[in-house]
Design a binder for this molecule. Structure first.
Ligand SMILES: Cc1cc2nc3c(=O)[nH]c(=O)nc-3n(C[C@H](O)[C@H](O)[C@H](O)COP(=O)(O)O)c2cc1C
Length: 473
């Protein structure tokens, strides 16, 4: 083994935990590829892209003008979005237009109604909404206004991850500009459409990204998810009809309204149209946030956008869409990155936060870090999640540190199966169980090797004493 390819002691932990894993600032030059149009990041590289002047110079607020001046009816806007096939970018990939159409008819249900924009962005590896809020906040404001118009919502609340100070500041400044220009507030652009947009900062809890936890938190309560039903469209914020959408989902809307559904469907695949922001991190040459059409093979994304595995090393594992999707083996790197193809390959598109691990990485160490995260973030309401995440974390920890037993592998599997699918109020338990099952399925040999050796084969110096570790029965 050359010194260059020697395992570096704790790189996996660092890759998942530290800000270094998140591309600094997120923005890196996009490779120019013929016949592959980009629109989401079309403005972000320009100086002043976060200001109203910069946004207007780039043609901003034309979609809102089109909606209000034509005028397009509420139903027409929803129909365009539905017809475009836009799927939510927050993880679940649900049809955006369909979700909007679940909001009750205001002539029959006159309660106030709201849009909540999920900018909590806490799934490990995910770092794309931040680029949009920091560099193109007016794009999100315009999308929010059109969405509120279509759903006849009085106000939008943007719930921003607490650590995203710059995102919050840029959004606040953009909102002040938009309000002063008559774009937010009463009688927008001199029409009878009125809409408010408010900002709210989270306090660094992953659970507050879950849509009902987010609403509880926005209401000033502890971010404990609510059982569903009732669904947010019927009983959302303050018990009123509410739609929760991810930042990137809403950001797509003005482009769809301007370009039309047919244009939108020229990109991506039939069932996953459009472009997506993929956040590439881990052991690659060019980590960053890239805009690419849905449906590209993961290998192409790694090589063309990410510059390949760093230091000329080989790929061992990769995560397609944030840590809850689990580690896939290198053998599956030809899977395509759209909702259906990646599901057929046994994983999920998630938030398209792709994390790559080179041949020196330890998948058990990676799982130790991932499991600890979900244990830390479980809100504790459901026993399967509260207890299950704690045990998963402890078991991965003891295996990684040479204290595991062979039976622990079956125990991991049975615990994860007892937690998911859908056995709890929200999907945080699933988020911990899915990567556990993937680890047992694809990397069982590494778990076994740790147990047999009584240490981590990849990390010297991991022989720390951990007497507090108990054994689950
Ligand atoms: C534990 C947990 C955390 C979540 N965190 C986020 C998040 O940070 N951002 C986000 O957009 N969606 C997150 N989601 C998904 C949301 O519940 C919801 O599905 C999403 O905001 C809907 O937006 P979309 O339809 O536009 O994708 C999370 C879900 C769970 C179960």
């Amino acid at each position: 083994m050359s010194p260059e390819s020697k395992p570096a002691p704790s790189r996996i932990g660092t890759a998942l935990r530290s800000p270094g894993a998140q591309p600094r600032g997120g923005l890196v030059p996009q490779p120019k590829i013929d016949k592959r149009p980009t629109y989401l990041l079309s403005r972000v590289y320009t100086e002043g892209s976060h200001t109203l002047a910069g946004y207007k110079k780039a043609g901003g607020y034309a979609a809102l003008e089109k909606v209000l001046r034509t005028p397009l009816s509420y139903a027409q806007v929803i129909e365009i979005v539905k017809d475009s096939g836009l799927r939510g970018r927050g993880g679940a990939g649900f049809s955006c237009g369909m979700k909007w159409s679940f909001m009750p008819d205001p002539t029959k249900d006159p309660r106030p109604r709201y849009l909540a924009i999920n900018a909590d962005e806490s799934e490990p590896g995910t770092c794309k909404d931040r680029v949009l809020m920091e560099r193109d906040p007016h794009g999100l404001i315009e999308g929010a206004l059109i969405a509120c118009y279509a759903m006849r919502a009085q106000a939008a609340y943007i719930y921003v991850r607490g650590e995203y100070r710059l995102s919050y500041d840029r959004m606040l400044a953009a909102l002040a500009e938009a309000r002063a220009a008559g774009l937010v507030g009463k009688n927008i652009l001199g029409t009878d459409f009125s809409c408010e947009i408010w900002m709210h900062r989270g306090a660094g809890a992953y659970i507050c990204g879950e849509e009902t936890g987010l609403m509880e938190s926005l209401e000033g309560k502890r971010g404990h998810p609510r059982p569903k039903p009732p669904f947010p469209a019927g009983f959302g914020l303050w018990g009123k009809p509410t739609t929760v959408n991810n930042v990137e989902t809403i950001f797509n809307v003005p482009f769809i309204v301007e370009g039309g559904a047919a244009w939108y469907k020229t990109m991506g695949t039939e069932k996953s149209p459009g472009n997506i922001l993929a956040g590439l991190s881990g052991h690659i040459e060019r980590p960053g946030v890239y805009e690419l059409p849905l449906g590209l093979p993961a290998r192409e994304i790694l090589e063309v956008y990410g510059g390949g595995v760093w230091k000329g090393r080989k790929l061992k594992a990769w995560i397609p869409g944030g840590s809850s999707c689990g580690l896939m083996p290198a053998a599956l790197i030809d899977a395509k990155m759209d909702h259906d193809s990646i599901k057929a390959a046994g994983s999920m598109l998630g938030t398209a936060a792709m994390i790559f691990f080179d041949e020196t990485a330890c998948t058990v160490r990676a799982m130790e870090v991932i499991a600890r995260f979900y244990d830390h973030e479980s809100c504790g309401q459901c026993s399967q999640c509260r207890e299950g995440t704690q045990w998963l974390s402890q078991i991965f920890r003891r295996i990684e540190h040479g204290k595991g037993r062979m039976e622990d592998i079956a125990l991991l599997e049975s615990l994860a199966k007892g937690m998911a699918p859908a056995k709890t109020i929200c999907a945080l338990a699933d988020a911990a169980a899915i990567p556990t099952l993937a680890s047992v399925k694809h990397f069982r040999h590494e778990l076994e090797e740790h147990v047999k050796l009584g240490r981590c084969p990849f990390q010297t110096g991991s022989q720390i004493a951990i007497p507090e570790l108990a054994h689950a029965h």
